[in-house]
Write a protein that binds this ligand. Structure first.
Ligand code: NAD
Ligand code: UDP
Length: 439
């Protein structure tokens, strides 16, 4: 018989019923996979979409079939939500509008989704004595203190001016007219509310601040598995450009810096939070890899090289192009300059040293396969692992055989044709019933 699983303090882990709201998204889909494959927990998966988790409950013969239920509901207006929360031991809230292009163009939807829609969840958890793991964002830090210093100030090199710590860094947003901050501000107020519920009403909570988690099922390729004119996050934008053989667009020079972490590493940390409540309750956790920093320009260069390697196509003569944020995102965009997580608290509480290991930055980035549009094409990409010394350096050999690349390029060409036809149609004069009668 397999020995019982134990938590970090050696206590046996009891199977939980987890109500996961927003389970059908990028992070939710990976968390559900982990919980089904490696634990005995049950998941009540709540979302309006199920495409990214369908493979976990269809066919019904899957070994964990009795441990996952999908509930298609919109949390904005569905009275079943409270019942599901009451049935669970733990609530994980992932539901949100969280694509930067929406923050300045759909600020109302962004604020309603990230603030107003979270309120009933917090209230039901507090009233029913349920534990809550709430997903916030690294964006609550906004800009670093360092970015306000003169460009040549030596203090800019001092980590005290840029490393982001849960218990000491301020949250610095731009003016109200910079609507980019609608998301961060809504998330921040929810964090304060949850914290206050903990302090005044004893709510057991954990707040997670993800730092640019990347991997399969993130975002969409515009015109393929998302809106043609949509703007996903940077990896999907660059993948889209590469696949269409367009230059990669560097917003405001591509000087902003990000630390990326591969989704499966980050999910390990969330798994520890779920199963170690006494260590995770009352905590706010940064989850990222401080050692994986790149500028957006460097990211573009890496992705260009990796794509060229896997596709066999030479890079364009001018692989990148500069574009202003106003032209790319519209009015009201603003940016976080640099995002390096301080991992002291999570390492102290959960010992998740895993995220601290310096990794070859290409670990996540080489996974162009993550952004391929259809499950068939994605499945045809294989990955290989190579151990170098003590450092698990993962070299993804993306087996992009000739067929999927061609198939993909054809799909993109068809999308372009569809766009042209739609543009031609839009230009044609409208034929009304009256005109038809005259013909
Ligand atoms: P995602 O968009 O892939 O997933 C969010 C899911 O919530 C979607 O499936 C969506 O359908 C669902 N949802 C939204 N509104 C809903 C509603 N009214 N009713 C029911 N379902 C609803 O996003 P993700 O990348 O998986 O992010 C999950 C959480 O983590 C979000 O709160 C996000 O702000 C936070 N986060 C993620 C990252 C990252 O690196 N991916 C970074 C910072 C913060
Ligand atoms: N960005 C870019 N080109 C693109 C898309 C994004 O230069 O095609 C930049 C964006 O301005 C930001 C960074 O890449 O500085 C990361 O953007 P993303 O949308 O991934 O989300 P963020 O990390 O800002 O939440």
């Amino acid at each position: 018989m397999a020995s019982a699983r134990v938590d970090l303090d050696g206590n046996p882990i009891k199977p939980l019923t987890i109500c996961m709201i927003g389970a059908g998204g990028f992070i939710g889909s990976h968390l559900c996979e982990k919980l089904m494959a490696e634990t005995q927990h049950k998941v009540l998966a709540v979302d309006v979409y199920s495409d990214k988790i369908k493979h976990l409950f269809e066919p019904s013969s899957l070994p964990w079939a009795d441990r996952i239920q999908f509930h298609r509901l919109n949390i904005k207006n569905d009275s079943r939500l409270e019942g599901l929360i009451r049935m669970a031991d733990l609530i994980i809230n992932l539901a949100a509008i969280c694509t930067p292009a929406d923050y300045n163009t759909r600020p109302l939807d962004t604020i309603y989704s990230n603030f107003i829609d979270a309120l009933p969840i917090i209230k039901y958890c507090s009233e029913n004595g349920k534990r809550l793991i709430h997903f916030s964002t690294c964006e609550v830090y906004g800009k670093t203190i360092g970015c306000f210093l003169p460009k040549d100030s030596p203090l800019r090199q001092d980590p005290a001016y840029y490393v982001l710590s849960e218990d000491s860094s301020p949250c610095i947003f731009g003016p109200i007219e910079k609507q980019r901050w609608s998301y961060a501000c809504a998330k921040q107020l929810v964090e304060r509310l949850i914290y206050a519920e903990g302090a005044e009403n004893g709510l057991e909570f954990t707040i997670v601040r993800p730092f640019n988690w990347i991997g399969p099922r993130m975002d969409f390729i515009p015109g393929i598995d998302g809106p043609s004119e949509g703007v996903p996050r940077v990896l999907a934008c660059f993948s889209n450009n590469l696949l269409r053989r367009e230059p990669l667009k560097l917003v405001d020079g591509g000087e902003s810096q990000r630390t990326f972490v591969y989704i499966k590493d980050a999910i390990e940390a969330v798994h520890l939070m779920i199963e170690n409540p006494s260590r995770a309750n009352g905590q706010i956790f940064n989850v990222g890899n401080p050692n994986n920093e790149v500028t957006v320009r460097q990211l573009a260069e890496m992705m260009t090289q990796v794509y060229s390697k896997v596709s066999g196509e030479p890079p364009l003569d001018a692989p990148t192009i500069d574009i202003s944020s106003k032209e790319f995102y519209g009015e009201g965009y603003d940016d976080s300059d640099k995002r390096i997580p301080d991992m002291t608290i999570i390492n102290r509480q959960l010992g998740s040293v895993l995220l601290l290991e310096p990794k070859d930055i290409t670990v996540g980035l080489a996974r162009v396969d993550s952004y391929l549009p259809t499950p068939d094409v994605r499945r045809s990409c294989k990955e290989g692992y190579l151990k170098t010394g003590n450092d698990l350096r993962i070299v993804y050999t993306i087996n992009l055989t000739v067929f999927p690349v061609k198939a993909l390029v054809n799909m993109l060409k068809q999308d372009q044709k569809r766009k042209k036809v739609a543009q031609r149609r839009a230009k044609r004069p409208v034929v009304s019933c009256n005109t038809l009668g005259q013909l």
